[in-house]
Design a binder for this molecule. Structure first.
Ligand code: BF8
Ligand code: SF4
Length: 631
């Protein structure tokens, strides 16, 4: 029987990193660990969220001696304004990503390079959005759907169309609480307006706008991004792949795709499959071209092509430090500005592709939908030409890697559930089998573990500990983003991970033939998790706050994560955080994000930096919900 020895320990991952840092030392390069040291201790005012520079009378910092800024704003106003600005940045990031994808949908044509891959999903969405489908060319439908999607950003009236998908109870609550999300851009602009000098100083009013804006992300931008990406590149299906630095190859041209927008990476992946280019690689002495992913781009291409994953957020420098990376192609978000300088210590070509993420020292190749495939082919050829420039004296590829089964969007989960309900045709397409397992106590509940890794704590450790403990306690885990990649690196997405589960969860994994942690995609795909929880609540016939399902972000760091955590809370699910939001300097804000939102949405944050305590909090929360349901 496989044991914990089959997993890759945090110590092993740390040993790999330590070895790669020796290379960094040899080439006189710094890494994030050096910069953490240089930045420690962090500014206390920033940590507590009580520094304001929203006007040039400041910056103002709140102390016992100076409890108000020059305009009179107190700690609560300042912390709330800073917090809402984080949600605005996070909402903008996911949503602007979605807007780009909609423009790609608008560029689709039968001859490519971008085509419609999931026609069924397109027709479904067109029908949902009132776009005519009968006797129409699929591309005319696609372009009209893109136009409706683009209007979600700036329409003068109405609320986000996807809010219709929520439970009736949520829709009613959002309306009665005045937090129904209007046009995405409007919610962000309103938030920036509210936080301008001389506007809102009321923390609760600001929090309410934060909730409303976050809903424009979860049930707007992110959900649009996910749906349109599926239409363009196919709804993900189950793939077996591998993850961690060991997926880099000694004898192949290694190209790393990093970022979030699959419009770019899809083209690079497709170009690398080109027979001529593979042949060209062989003519240069390599065995072929090896594409691997980093961060959320890795999740996207793993779920659709089985492309292997080199790692998560804090691994991005390690990939270059192997000395085996011929090219790193990045698009948007979570890309260290440190990378071009690091790449210059090696032969690695570092390529940016989006006007949204320009970094000094990078080779900038701006991607355009019409020429995307040709541009991708040129990049792959450049990477092949670069293979001969590898410096063998700097080469070290850790062997560590694990097999992972990925690709569980809601459609795939339903398919697995359908497989065991063959005898009950009336139950096909529902979450009833999963609900029955929860009711019977075979499963205690489910936790969505999401988000980044973060040097404020021991990187990846909290994810690992929390996942293992939840599995042992018969709690099914769904994961996305860098959390899913942590599970990949550890070996927890391997079907054999069932052996560390409690007896109930193990039985469910065997019956459904799934790993105990279901990989649901990138962070933008947390919208899939919203639909999963909504589907469970609807099929159960209860409200979102009642189901024993919660969210957890043990090591979050980005503003996107702040927006996500808020839309999950707005959707009625408690969120367990391992990193404190930067509002500690305001007692009112601490109360608002933990207890205050409960009065508005029925859910809030539970914060605990100790992963074992956080698991205990989660299990208590899940059991309390079960008790209220009488199960
Ligand atoms: O959007 S989990 S470090 S890669 S922010 Fe970034 Fe965090 Fe990773 Fe994807 Ni999400
Ligand atoms: Fe200071 Fe008020 Fe200006 Fe902020 S808005 S910097 S608290 S004067």
């Amino acid at each position: 029987m496989p044991t914990a020895n089959h997993f890759t320990s945090i110590e092993q991952m740390e040993a790999d990193t330590a070895r790669l840092r020796e290379t960094a030392c040899e080439v006189c390069a710094e890494t994030y660990e050096d910069r953490v040291k240089a930045q420690t201790p962090h500014c206390k005012f920033g940590e507590d969220g009580i520094c304001c520079k929203n006007c040039s009378m400041g910056p103002c910092r709140i102390t016992a001696k100076a409890p108000r800024g020059i305009c009179g704003a107190d700690a609560h106003a300042i912390a709330a304004r800073n917090y809402v600005r984080s949600i605005a940045a996070g909402t903008s990031s996911h949503s602007d990503h979605a807007r780009e994808i909609l423009h790609v949908l608008k560029s689709t044509k039968p001859e490519g390079p971008y085509v419609v891959r999931d026609e069924q999903k397109l027709i479904g969405l067109a029908t949902e959005w009132g776009v005519a489908t009968v006797n129409r060319d699929i591309y005319d439908i696609a372009h009209d759907v893109a136009d409706v999607g683009l209007l979600e950003f700036g329409k003068p009236d109405g609320i986000q169309l996807f809010t219709n998908r929520a439970t009736q109870e949520r829709q009613d609550l959002w309306k009665s609480e005045g937090i129904q999300p209007r046009a995405i851009d409007r919610e962000v602009v309103t938030a920036m307006h509210m936080t301008h000098m001389g506007n809102s100083a009321d923390a609760e009013a600001l929090i309410r706008q934060g909730l409303r804006m976050s809903l424009a992300n979860g049930w707007g931008g992110s959900m649009i991004g996910t749906e349109i990406t599926d239409i363009l590149f196919g709804t993900p299906t189950v793939h077996t792949t591998e993850g961690n630095l060991g997926v880099l190859e000694h004898d192949m041209v290694n190209i790393v795709v990093h970022g979030h927008d699959p419009a770019f990476s899809e083209m690079v992946v497709t170009a690398a499959e080109d027979r001529e280019l593979q042949e060209y690689a062989r003519s240069k002495g390599a065995k072929g071209v090896n594409i691997v992913g980093l961060c959320c781009t890795a999740n996207e291409v793993a779920m659709r092509h089985g492309v292997r994953m080199a790692g998560n957020f804090l691994q991005q420098e390690n990939v270059i430090l192997t000395g085996a990376c011929e090219m790193m192609c990045v698009d948007i978000q979570c890309i260290f500005p440190a990378l071009p300088a690091l790449a210059q210590c090696f032969h690695t070509k570092f390529v940016t592709s989006s006007p949204i993420a320009r970094i000094p020292g990078a080779i900038h190749v701006e991607f355009h939908p019409d020429t995307a495939f040709e541009q991708a082919k040129t990049l792959v050829r450049d990477a092949i030409d670069n293979y001969q420039n590898r410096d063998q004296s700097k080469l070290f590829i850790p062997e560590t890697k694990q097999v992972a089964t990925v690709g569980y969007p809601t459609e795939q989960i339903i398919k697995h559930l359908d497989n065991i309900t063959n005898s009950h045709v009336d139950e096909l397409g529902s979450y009833r089998p999963a609900i029955d397992a929860i009711k019977a106590g075979v499963l205690r509940g489910a936790v969505a573990i999401v988000g980044c890794n973060n040097p404020r704590v021991r990187p990846d450790y909290s994810h690992f500990e929390i996942m293992k403990e939840l599995l042992a306690n018969d709690v099914l885990v769904v994961a996305s983003g860098c959390s899913a990649q942590m599970a990949t690196k550890a070996g927890l997405l391997n079907k054999d991970a069932k052996y560390i589960c409690g007896a109930g969860l193990r039985r469910v994994c065997e019956l459904l033939d799934i790993p105990p942690i279901l990989h649901m995609g990138a962070c933008v795909d947390i919208s899939r998790m919203l639909l999963l929880a909504t589907g469970i609540a609807k099929d159960w016939g209860v409200g979102m706050t009642e189901i024993p399902v919660v969210g957890c972000a043990p090591e979050w760091m980005s503003e996107k994560a702040v927006s996500i955590a808020n839309y999950v809370v707005s959707s009625g699910l408690d969120v367990y955080l391992g990193i404190e939001p930067q509002v500690k300097g305001s007692t009112q804000m601490m109360e608002l994000i933990t207890e205050g939102t409960k009065k508005i949405t029925g859910a809030g944050f539970i914060i605990n930096q100790d992963p074992h305590q956080l698991v205990k909090n989660m299990l208590d929360g899940i059991e309390a919900k079960r008790a209220l349901l009488g199960i």
